[in-house]
Design a binder for this molecule. Sequence first.
Ligand code: AMO
Length: 421
Amino acid sequence: MVWCMRVCGWVLRKKEIGRVVIVEVVSSRSKPSVLVLKEEREPDLYAVSKTLDVGTALCFEGEIAAEQKSKRGIEYTVSKIEVYSKPVSPLPVEVSGKVPSLLDTRIKYRWLLLRNPVEKAIFNIRESVFHAAREYLRRNGFHEVQTPKIVAAGAEGGATLFKVEYFEYQAYLSQSPQLYKQILMNAYPRVYEITPYFRAEKFNTPRHLNESWGIDVEQGFINGVEDVLETLENLVSYIVNYVVDNNKEDLETLGVNLEKVNPPFKRLRFTEVVDLLKNEGIEVSEKEDLPDHAERKLGEIMKSKGHRLYFITGFPWNATGFYYMREEDGMYTRKFDLDFEGLEIASGGQREHRYDKLVEAIILKGLNPDDFQFYLESFKYGIPPHGGFGLGVERLLMKMLNLENVREAILFVRDRTRLLP
Ligand code: AMO
């Protein structure tokens, strides 16, 4: 049985070969529909198709052709074409995918270049990442919450706060839902939020945005940081494997051979990382966060041992936020990172849930406990031991799809120089 379908989209390319017109129409899939119109077979539609410019918005009705010759898409024989809108000027960018555009052009015209199969494939996969994350977390008893994005205090250090005028108060854009997801540990055993992070990173790098998206999780009643590591490795595996199973066409369009991943991921102590790097001639301080070049080198070392994804656990206190639980030695904490081939894609840890210790940590970090009263109060009424993480969506996509720049993984880029579109 042959099904007649109605598909709406835009003309991506048009080719005339003798008395045949071939029109590629892009819709929501990364592969275009290929309309084959023969003068002999459908003279009226053939005449219409000759007038179609690249960019025309149309709907067509047709059947998947018995014989499929096109390598670019799915061929249809057409019974109806309805034109909805014609471009009033030629398109400013080449959308067919024949000629790759520069990153700058891709960012400026993403809304139009999304008609290009490669752009469409990236964002179809981005959609799957969010869908899979929700599916996994919901199935595992996490409640979805929304917390404010206009806040009175930052959680990730003052240097990257964007100031906002809030009537007569000084406010900021939220860098992370950290403090709020912890507060909610008073009433939910498990929460997550899919959220933007606003960070005034002043430098331009291929892995930083000023507005990025995170999958932020917090889990209570834990017996230690290992419970949180397990949630994160299961979540990341679920997301990657979901994309492998559900975005075959998009991965093919991108030419990406994404392999499934399975937990457990390798765990490395921070001190082990320092030794591993020392053996490779890279000196890193035992008291600070890993610099970028050290992170990349570690990625190479781990890849040669067959580990694409690995945790670094037990970060030094000097390199962490105030809210991570410190070990008894005072030097190290229960903070971890998850790295994917040399790039940090997530951070998390067990939190300090003991009131007195938390006040002490805030003071030790040079912050004023008065600024955190709303947060501190929530540690007085039976908050359970808890931990969680923030997983950077654009960074995860970058690694899954071998993208060179994090800007390729977000529709509208906010970076040091871009506030439009
Ligand atoms: P962190 O600051 O490491 O941790 O952020 C978590 C993850 O978010 C991503 N990310 C970014 N991606 C692109 N551009 C940026 N400017 C940017 N900043 C962060 C990264 C990073 O690993 N509150 C903790 C999480 C927690 O402990 O639960 C936090 O925000 O992938």
